[in-house]
Design a binder for this molecule. Sequence first.
Ligand code: 16G
Length: 257
Amino acid sequence: MFSQDTHVGPFDKSALSSDSPLPLYLQLARHLRRLMQGGQLDAVGALPGERDLAESFGVSRVTVRKALHELTNEGLLSQRQGAGTFINPAPHVEQRLSTLTSFTDDMVSRGLTAGSSWLEHTISAATPEEALALDLSPGATVSRLRRQRLADGIPVAIELAIVPTRFLPDPTEVQGSLYEKLRVLGYPPFRALQRLRAVKMPADVAPLLDAREGDAALYIERRTLLENGCPIEFVRSHYRGDIYDFLVELSLAGWSR
Ligand code: 16G
């Protein structure tokens, strides 16, 4: 049982402030998210009940319910009818398909830290498939960036981005975000066409994603364009199927008020 006046480990009401412009349930969601991402709730497994959390944080049960709902939607928690609220073991990552975002943007919007580990950054002639995707003449050179992408240190995707050297002459100059680098160079990605399909994890990718050959994976191809329609990037990636979600917003065709 958690008491309102006692600081019980991480469930501490001083984490929330009534002076903050952020609603209490979002403050609570943010606090719990940080605790989970910092590994401070690793040993807990299941969260205390709504009433105990409400008491510990000095908020109403409605506030607690809304915060837990928020974190459940993000994939960080699972709520099981009658059994309680459980902490999901790995970070769950979600990408909205309707907006063009970079991996780094996606992570930041989830409160996760984006990371990369280099597998390749070289310059070579485009293959016929790459030349076609990037509207390049035969023999044109491209920068090749193959990275293991990490969310809070956990590998979630292996990504091979091909960018014409005319836009990115030196792939070793990309330290963090590729899109940020392209923006700095004056070539901001503007829109993209993306194709995704379910595949089995290939043998050469599986160990890089802490997965087994044949596990569920998402294969994604993205062709990214500048505002003037010129292709700037062709990407082929494998995402871990168990921790990466793609979210699509749909509206009724022809609907108007
Ligand atoms: C995303 C893009 C990828 C892009 C990368 C840039 C998908 C499927 N792919 O991973 O095309 O190269 O973001 O990320 O979303 P960065 O700016 O963090 O390097």
